[in-house]
Design a protein around this ligand. Structure first.
Ligand code: CA
Length: 229
């Protein structure tokens, strides 16, 4: 059984997480305290951690740091609305994904499923994985991109960058994460590489590359692919 550790001090939310995740078939343990979370994680085999960053005592980022010092267990962090700095810090410390409060259980569960699927390294099913957003449709397995239905050539790094943004459509992807995901960890190159590639993507994707509608800059933090829902 897949076991999930939920670290959340707000009782109502913690209970709701316990209920909804258990209903999905996960084995759920809830702790309300950062120190207990670190201790529990050391003693038990856990498949995934849902970690609220706003905890009394030992804060969520410290919990994440301590977990990461000894394990690669997938971590989804929960942050306050408009706490983009926390999101960036969390992802840089090695969180796998995040949700911001208030979030829907459906959203959280779909993130958890996605992470567990990636973590299990089971070969993908015959259905090919396609990301869509705005005019773009990106087929991961076929390595094809269509813009308004027309096949367009993308170089490998451009393709990876577009995939990284589309896979998190509507959500900020910090610069450092993009650099490391696409150009390697740790990234020692020229960070302007990222901007150059963003510009090339915009030339292919945007109707007006100079005032992009889809590949949007989040000033000082990173980029996101605009949500079209
Ligand atoms: Ca909290």
């Amino acid at each position: 059984m897949t076991s999930i550790l939920v670290v959340e001090d707000e009782e109502t939310l913690a209970e709701s997480l316990r209920y909804n995740l258990a209903r999905e078939g996960y084995e759920v343990t809830v702790v309300a305290d950062g120190r207990l979370a670190v201790e529990y994680h050391r003693r038990r085999a856990i498949d995934l951690v849902v970690l609220d960053l706003m905890l009394p005592g030992l804060g969520g980022l410290d919990v994440l740091r301590q977990i990461r010092s000894s394990s690669d267990v997938p971590v989804v962090v929960v942050t306050a609305k408009d706490a983009e700095a926390d999101v960036v810090a969390g992802l840089e410390l090695g969180a796998d994904d995040y949700v911001t409060k208030p979030f829907s259980m459906r959203e959280l569960i779909s993130r958890i499923r996605g992470i567990l699927r990636r973590a299990s390294r089971v070969p993908r099913s015959v259905d090919s994985l396609v990301f869509e957003g705005g005019p773009v449709s990106l087929d991961v397995d076929r390595h094809e991109v269509r813009i308004d239905g027309e096949l367009v050539d993308f170089r490998p790094k451009e393709f990876e960058l577009l995939e990284a943004l589309l896979a998190r459509k509507g959500r900020l992807v910090p610069r450092q994460i993009l650099l490391e995901e696409i150009w390697g960890v740790p990234f020692f190159g020229d960070p302007k590489t990222l901007d150059v590639h963003i510009r090339r993507l915009r030339e292919k994707v945007e109707q007006t590359p100079r005032s992009p509608e889809w590949i949007v800059t989040v000033r000082g933090l990173g980029y996101k692919f605009a949500d079209d829902r």
